[in-house]
Write a protein that binds this ligand. Sequence first.
Ligand code: URA
Length: 271
Amino acid sequence: MEHPLQAWRDTLDELGVIGLVRTPVQAAEAEPPAPSRSPSVRPTPARPVPAPAPAAKPPKAYVPPTDAQGCPPVEVVAATSTLSELQAAIQGCLACPLGPGRLKFVFGEGNPKARLLFVGEGPGRDEDLQGRPFVGKAGELLDKMIGAIGLKREEVYIANVVKCRPPDNRTPTPEEAHACLGYLRRQIELIGPSVIVTLGATPLRELVGVAEGITRVRGQWKRVNIGGRDIPVMPTFHPAYVLRQYTQDVRRAVWEDLKAAKEWADKAAGA
Ligand code: URA
């Protein structure tokens, strides 16, 4: 026979009133405490778990061409004996995904025997349009910085870590930098500078292998071995950074770095 209170219990149960129905006591540590519920609110039924969103398609891997024009072999690059030969060998390069997106290949320019070599990150919009390094706003400032140490743009050499414009002027990926680095190293071998000035963190990291923050290391001499020769490296701020942080301190820091680089280059030349 049914207990006399059973019907009443069933009704309360149905209304969601808890506390009258005994449930087994759980071990305290086994689970986090259950969220408290208002006795007059019926527990929300569990919602159906939505099906997982279909996985985003991985981006298509870039497949570089295998021909010597699209992907110049290292032996071809190493065999070049002038900057013009090097440029002719590599200007059709498609070795990384930046190649197909460029308008113009930005090889670099300046005195082919410059004692001072400036290395930036990569071409921006203006450089991509003109095929020349540092010709936009940052370039204007770089020219002034070079002028402030008593030199003209034509007396130094200016190059970049990558020779094709990264989309939206983003930092080149390590793969893109790596694909271009052999060209820059051969370019440096052919120029034979006494000092390299790296502009910003990217050339310092990719060419010299120093990954510390530029604010920490600017003004401190580093070295890079290229073609069996140790070349002193002076890290300084990128002109685009100077334009954003146009304070006397930042401009003075860059001027001091460039002055130190020029003094070293003069000393190396016995001037
Ligand atoms: N920024 C760079 O790093 N290089 C250029 O050539 C222009 C802007």
